[in-house]
Design a protein around this ligand. Structure first.
Ligand SMILES: [Zn+2]
Ligand SMILES: [Zn+2]
Length: 252
């Protein structure tokens, strides 16, 4: 598997990164995990955007879904004619949310986005998407949110999405080769429970799960301190750990 970090900025885009979006590729198949603000632009540095085969939206917060709207324009109005539907997996309510964000019916006479997306509602469990064996489970966040584990060719990648500490996250990360885990918060602040992880909590989860490598993402750099986040995680996890950057590529 090849992981390309398109966007890793937490909660809002930063000067150096769009919001959450990750390309995962295997066997010439491309899966996009989340489609956050600004990511459709940065994505084009790495891939022809028409080559995405499927999309998973882990939850319906704006920083994980918004560029699914301009992508409608890109596919529906392509000069060579509309492109075929692309599978899009998301939580309950995804189609309504995206259609509302896009602007609804009227301007095109198209009552929904179903000409562009073939919507699938995620439920906890396992499914196959292209060559990937996928496990999803609900993690701890104020809205329905799915952590994702991808397996291919005996290798595994777990993506936390946005979450507080929870047992489903540890299970998803169990002995994964790479754990792409959010670390939005800093220790020592009045962080509300069940929303995001600190670097320490990400490191502790990686340790409990026996993850092979920890990649920290979704840092809110304007409000935080990346070096402190990295130090917190390093103190709690003995394996290799780093902060991801937009454009980083990992071979798993
Ligand atoms: Zn987020
Ligand atoms: Zn969120």
């Amino acid at each position: 598997m090849k992981l390309t970090v398109i966007g890793c900025a937490g909660s809002f885009p930063g000067p150096d990164s769009p919001c959450s979006a990750y390309l995962v590729q295997a066997e010439d198949y491309t899966l996009l995990l989340d489609f956050g603000s600004g990511s459709l632009g940065a994505l084009q540095r790495h891939i022809d955007p028409y080559r995405i085969d499927a999309i998973i939206l882990t939850h319906l917060h704006a920083d994980h879904i918004m560029d699914a709207c301009p992508y409608v324009v890109m596919r529906r109005y392509a000069p060579g004619g509309p492109l075929p539907q692309i599978p899009l997996y998301g939580p309950t309510g995804t189609e309504t949310r995206l259609a509302t964000a896009y602007g609804g019916a009227g301007e095109t006479g198209c009552p929904s986005l179903s000409d562009v997306y073939r919507f699938h509602t995620l439920t906890p469990g396992q499914l196959d998407i292209g060559p990937f064996h996928v496990t999803v489970d609900e993690v701890a966040h104020p809205v329905q949110t799915f952590g994702v584990r991808l397996e291919h060719g005996g290798r595994s990648l777990t993506y936390s999405s946005d979450t507080g500490t929870c047992e489903p996250l540890r299970r998803l990360a169990n002995h994964c080769d790479v754990f792409l885990c959010e670390a939005s918060y800093l220790e020592g602040r009045p962080n509300p429970p069940g929303v995001h992880l600190t670097g320490r909590e990400a490191g502790e989860t990686a340790t409990k799960a026996g993850a092979g490598r920890l990649l920290l993402t979704h840092l809110v750099r304007r409000w935080g301190d990346p070096e402190r986040t990295l130090a917190e995680a390093t103190a709690a996890y003995a394996g290799p750990v780093e902060l991801v950057e937009s454009g980083a590529v990992y071979h798993i």
